[in-house]
Design a protein around this ligand. Structure first.
Ligand SMILES: Cc1cc2nc3c(=O)[nH]c(=O)nc-3n(C[C@H](O)[C@H](O)[C@H](O)COP(=O)(O)OP(=O)(O)OC[C@H]3O[C@@H](n4cnc5c(N)ncnc54)[C@H](O)[C@@H]3O)c2cc1C
Ligand code: FES
Length: 341
């Protein structure tokens, strides 16, 4: 068997090295079209496991560049129960176009979508994300899951227009479908032993904390925004948490950033766990706070992404664990990581 793989491998390598991409492509297409996903997956897994990433990448890039997205996607996202490409980890994800059933503009340039995707809603957890295809763009854009309604079979997504990818997604209408891969990544870990959880969000980092709060007992939520015009989700958080809003500019809310508000509240009431998502300086300050008070903290990271499933290294980030440096994939090992020491 091993030698068979070496041959298959060598064949693909040879095709790629000689830029005979059409043949490599045809081989993969043939496997996929004939629903021999186990073989296509196994071939890719083998390449990846043997660190022949340049070959796997070349094959996939070619598929993407030629808009054979369905083939690349099928190979990549075939659920592992049928021979999956990541046998070390039990995870399921779906790729598909799902109807948009609601759309609102929450604040200038910040859009709120609800999509109907029952099979995804069924397995999604707080802190996971969806990878959204944007028209005319090869790479998908990662957006956190803001709310999950398992009964209605829906996901809520809140996205801010930052560049052309998010602009294109924001133009989708309720008559249309959203092309997504989901649910992806590792979300927040909820442990009932913590009785005084604090949730700290900044700007567009606040949406994933909403579904988290729904799953916590009596959480305190501190949400920081630039100004009062950019405050979002206030009513939603008020229903399920003890909410404190703060703004950098003077307004009717607490004047200052989320960490200043945290320090203020903690004069009387120290949390026993912190969950956070937002801009990097806020995350750094929250980690320092947790370290000082010896409190566990879970941090949701943001990095530029390509594949979204741990295969391309675009989102690699250096982390220090038990004093040792190593690289983690934000998409697969995160986006939520637990920071210890
Ligand atoms: C796990 C995860 C969850 C996210 N959840 C949300 C969410 O719920 N709502 C939301 O509005 N945004 C979220 N983002 C950020 C969002 O993915 C980016 O804003 C988007 O990919 C930018 O694409 P673009 O084509 O519009 O902008 P580009 O033209 O690609 O870039 C515009 C600006 O955004 C910055 N940017 C690009 N990609 C990212 C990224 N991945 N993370 C941070 N900054 C980026 C660029 O540096 C640049 O300054 C999330 C990102 C990650 C990694
Ligand atoms: S985005 Fe490809 S490895 Fe994370």
């Amino acid at each position: 068997m091993v030698s068979d793989w070496n041959i298959a491998n060598a064949a693909l390598s040879h095709l790629c090295a000689n830029k005979k991409m059409n043949f490599a492509n045809a081989a993969l297409s043939h496997l996929c079209a004939n629903k021999k996903m186990n073989f296509a997956n196994a071939a890719l897994s083998h390449l990846c496991a043997n660190k022949k990433m340049n070959i796997a990448n070349a094959a996939l890039s070619h598929l993407y560049a030629n808009e054979k997205m369905n083939i690349a996607n099928a190979a990549f996202y075939h659920p592992p129960q049928a021979g999956g490409r990541m046998p070390e980890k039990d995870f399921f994800m779906y790729v598909g176009k799902y109807p948009i059933i609601k759309k609102n503009e929450l604040a200038k340039g910040i859009f709120d979508f609800v999509i109907h995707c029952p099979e995804i809603a069924q397995i999604a957890t707080p802190g996971q994300f969806v990878h959204i295809s944007a028209e005319r763009f090869m790479l998908r854009r990662p957006i956190s899951i803001c709310e999950i309604d398992k009964k209605a079979g829906t996901l809520r997504l809140v996205l801010e227009v930052r560049g052309n990818g998010t602009k294109s997604i924001s133009e989708l209408q309720t008559t249309e479908h959203m092309d997504i891969i989901a649910p992806l990544g590792n979300g927040f870990t909820i442990d009932v032993k913590y009785e005084n959880p604090y949730v700290i969000g900044g700007g567009i980092g606040t949406p994933p904390l909403l579904e988290l709060c729904k799953n916590l007992d009596n959480p305190v939520a501190i949400l920081g925004f630039r100004n009062k015009q950019s405050v979002i989700l206030q009513n939603d958080f008020e229903k399920i948490s003890n909410l404190y809003i703060c703004t950098d500019e003077k307004s009717e809310y607490f004047h200052g950033n989320a960490i200043e508000q945290l320090n203020e509240l903690c004069k009387n009431n120290i949390p026993d766990i912190i969950y956070t998502c937002g801009p990097a300086p806020m995350l750094d300050a929250a980690i320092k706070f947790a370290d000082k008070h010896k409190i566990p903290i879970q941090v949701s990271l943001e990095e530029r992404m390509a594949c979204g499933i741990g295969a391309c290294l675009v989102c690699a980030c250096k982390i220090v664990k038990n004093g040792k440096e190593h690289y983690a994939h934000v998409c697969k090992d995160g986006p939520v990581i637990t920071v210890d020491n």
